[in-house]
Design a protein around this ligand. Sequence first.
Ligand SMILES: Nc1nc2c(c(=O)[nH]1)N[C@H]1C(S)=C(S)[C@@H](COP(=O)(O)O)O[C@H]1N2
Ligand SMILES: [Mo]
Length: 362
Amino acid sequence: MTSGTERQRMSTAPRTGRGVVKPTPAELMEDTGTGLDYGTRPDRIPGYLTPADRFFIRSHAPTPLLDAATWSLRVEGNGVCRPVTYTYDDLWHRFTHVSVVRTLECAGNRRALFGAEHGHRFEGTPWGRGAIGTAEWTGVRLRDLLEPAGITHVARDVMPESLDAVCARRPMPLAKALADDTVLALTMNGDVLPPDHGFPARVVVSGWLGAASIKWVGRIEVSEEALRVPWNTEDYVLTGPESAEGVPITSVPVASLVELPWPARLRPGPQVIRGRAFAGEHRVVTVDYRLDDGPWRPALLTSPETPGAWARWQFRWDAEPGKHVLQVRATDDKGHIQPGATTWNDLGYCYNSILSHPVVVG
Ligand SMILES: Nc1nc2c(c(=O)[nH]1)N[C@H]1C(S)=C(S)[C@@H](COP(=O)(O)O)O[C@H]1N2
Ligand SMILES: [Mo]
């Protein structure tokens, strides 16, 4: 960490057992018990976007309270010719702003269900289904911030770095950093970024695991060498029977979410069951559902199918009293389909099995 970023670090939210700023009422959010990580309740997402008041929070350290007036962003490293420093005001007034609707999903989403499938308790935040959310992010393309620094011809990796106590860093290849939809966001759903979601500025890396979307950014390193840091060597890598090498996770796998509590209780009779499906950098193309031992049937997709953002789906059901099991499986445009079981990996990431959602009608 440089002395510049040290100076920028401010006080953190008071530790009252919680390291986050926004209220996280049980009607809207699921408390994972870490004091830092809160999931969105899947049955409380009112529209296509997840409102900021219930957007999941995943933080490795308490929310830092940064002062935009003294904050700055430094772009440096051996992959640029002239390091540059931007102020918050520069980001608002000197650049073209773009808005992207993108879903963020933690690589550990559904980890508790992964454990249940394997009769194992994975270390790490015991997420249910709520470590996913979609917002409209507005800010400056990362490309527009890097180019004035003069990217060298052999620049290879770009690594945003945060001002929170863990100094979070996760590199991406230059091509991903230069993509049209890789942004340094200043707002979320039209409002200035809330403290817990990265104020004053966070990166949004489309389709990739949430950990790549660094919050509270203060520095971006551009490097001619491949960068190896804890978040692409120890954490957020797949190690286990199928990938002993520790492959860094990038795009998250296709999965779906039913907008009902778990277990769900419904009244008998005709109704509409709704949900979302997300396939990381890919596009969700079909969602099928199955009740009990019945046939798989197509659900109706009701939102534009955009890579990097979830799709909404629904189907009609005339629910008969009794206990039921609802299964949903999404398929992406590369033909990836949710599997019946997910191969185990040490840290419990990327679990995307077809879930058997318990539904009691009566
Ligand atoms: N600085 C910083 N950025 C971070 C994190 C963090 O702990 N510190 N957590 C990452 C992880 S693991 C996820 S899943 C997303 C969560 O973003 P959110 O809290 O806005 O939902 O932020 C990422 N960016
Ligand atoms: Mo995450």
